[in-house]
Design a protein around this ligand. Structure first.
Ligand code: C2E
Ligand code: MG
Ligand code: MG
Length: 420
């Protein structure tokens, strides 16, 4: 248990001969909470027992395994090297790739592992565990089912996480977030048919912060729930206001997989529409492939409900995820967004062009419309035109802009004059 292993680490650190290292592996199961919620605690306990036995089988002679509590474990390995600890970590990860049978069910679990060594990474029990814990966290962040050896650089990432933890929540409460709008145009006519809403954070401390720097954190911490709700409400209010002023544009919002875990998301969406008095619904949803993978049936159910409310559902970053073509045929989507990375690659070589051509053909065969994102040059535009892509979005036409700036852009470009 925790006490015993702490004593043993203290002793090992105090009595390690000069030049010899003491190694710590910090393990955390990746989906234990889900198993517990889904199958109940009796099941969870069984899984912990089975995982313990499996991990123990992967250790070197003399290593000690302890359970810290919950789904956290520590391995103490005296006289270890980084290389020997990595070998053990790999063995554990490999072993956990095969499912555990609990009665009639097979459960797949995995773990993230952090590795730290005395004396390089810490010279006391506390600092050593903290280093291994930090490395474990970075392993989780790096996509789970993997391990990391601690490095001092990791402390910066943890400090960043903590900064976000205090400041993003406050930023949301204090109205520091805004939406910017990037036009989407019909390629045939050049008219703007809608916009994509992209969140920005104006931090008093750091200035404008882009979503790539805080959405991942929001997803992990659960803050994406309230943040996503704010996006829905703000986009709906903006769409209603534009519509009332003579510019009924569709506004697409980005929705994270993490938001769909909470089935109240549909209710929140319909409340946002009602609250803004937005009828018909002008809000569309951009989902990424990760939304579809974990639980396809649940995803289809949610998408169907959103579409009943009048939203279109678009598949964002198409081609960068892992959804299968057969799955694409089963999901009720309206449009796919060809990821920027593919658009960019068509300048490079013919293979890339062939790939994009095939992706568009698949979409067309499935009767999905296509929007190409990240168009920056006329050559890229021309290529998309040749493929029969319906819609485009990118810096060639317009950057994401604050609402007022977007209105001026519309006036310039489309001669759309809004009612004040
Ligand atoms: P995304 O949904 O794929 O959005 C497109 C990103 O590409 C935006 O970056 C946009 O500014 C950028 N972009 C558009 N056209 C061009 C171009 O021609 N060239 C280049 N180089 N870039 C272009 P941004 O605003 O930084 O957003 C990044 C990602 O953050 C978005 O990717 C989306 O996944 C996520 N995100 C943004 N807002 C939200 C939000 O409200 N909720 C959630 N869950 N995610 C959001
Ligand atoms: Mg998007
Ligand atoms: Mg995208």
């Amino acid at each position: 248990n925790r006490n015993a292993i702490q004593d043993m680490i203290r002793t090992a650190v105090a009595s390690a001969p000069p030049g010899e290292s003491v190694g710590i592996l910090f393990l955390d199961l990746d989906n234990f909470k889900k198993v517990n919620d889904h199958y109940g605690h009796v099941f969870g306990d069984r899984l912990i027992q089975d995982v313990s036995a499996a991990v123990r089988d992967c250790l070197e002679k003399g290593d000690v395994l302890a359970r810290l509590g919950g789904d956290e474990f520590i391995v103490l390995s005296q006289g270890a090297t980084a290389a020997s600890l990595e070998t053990v970590a790999q063995r554990i990860l490999e072993r956990l790739r095969t499912p555990f049978s609990l009665g009639l069910v097979e459960v797949y679990t995995g773990c993230s592992i952090g590795i730290a060594l005395f004396p390089e990474h810490g010279d006391s029990l506390e600092s050593l565990i903290r280093a291994a814990d930090t490395a474990m966290y970075v392993a989780k962040d790096g996509g789970k089912r993997t391990y990391r050896v601690f490095s001092p650089e990791m402390n910066r990432r943890v400090a960043e996480f903590m900064w976000l933890d205090t400041n993003l929540r406050r930023g949301l409460d204090e109205g520091q977030l805004t939406l910017h709008y990037q036009p989407k145009l019909s390629l045939a006519t050049g008219t703007v048919y809608g916009v994509e809403a992209l969140v920005r954070w104006n931090s008093p401390e750091r200035g404008q912060i882009m979503p790539s720097e805080f959405i991942r954190y929001a997803e992990e911490s659960g803050l994406i729930g309230p943040l996503g709700r704010w996006v829905m409400q703000t986009a709906a209010a903006q769409a209603a206001q534009w519509s009332a002023r003579g510019m009924p544009l569709r506004v697409a919002i980005n929705v994270s997989a993490r938001q769909l875990v909470d089935t109240a998301v549909v209710r929140h969406f319909s409340e946002a529409l009602q609250c803004a008095n937005l009828d018909p619904c002008l809000i569309d949803l951009e989902l990424t492939e990760s939304c579809l993978i974990e639980d396809e049936a649940a995803a289809i159910d949610l998408i169907t409900q959103f579409r009943k409310l009048g939203a279109q559902v678009h598949l964002d970053d198409f081609g960068t995820g892992y959804s299968s073509l057969s799955q694409l045929g089963r999901i009720p989507l309206d449009m796919i967004k060809l990821d920027r990375s593919f658009v960019r690659s068509i300048n490079a070589d013919r293979k890339a062009q062939a790939l994009v051509r095939s992706m568009v053909a698949v979409a067309q065969a499935l009767q999905l419309q296509v929007v190409a994102e990240g168009i920056e040059t006329e050559a890229e535009e021309l290529f998309m035109k040749g493929l029969g892509v319906e819609y485009v979005q990118g810096f060639l036409y317009g950057q994401p802009m604050a609402a007022a700036e977007f209105e001026r852009w519309m006036l310039d470009r489309q001669k759309v004059r809004l009612i004040a």
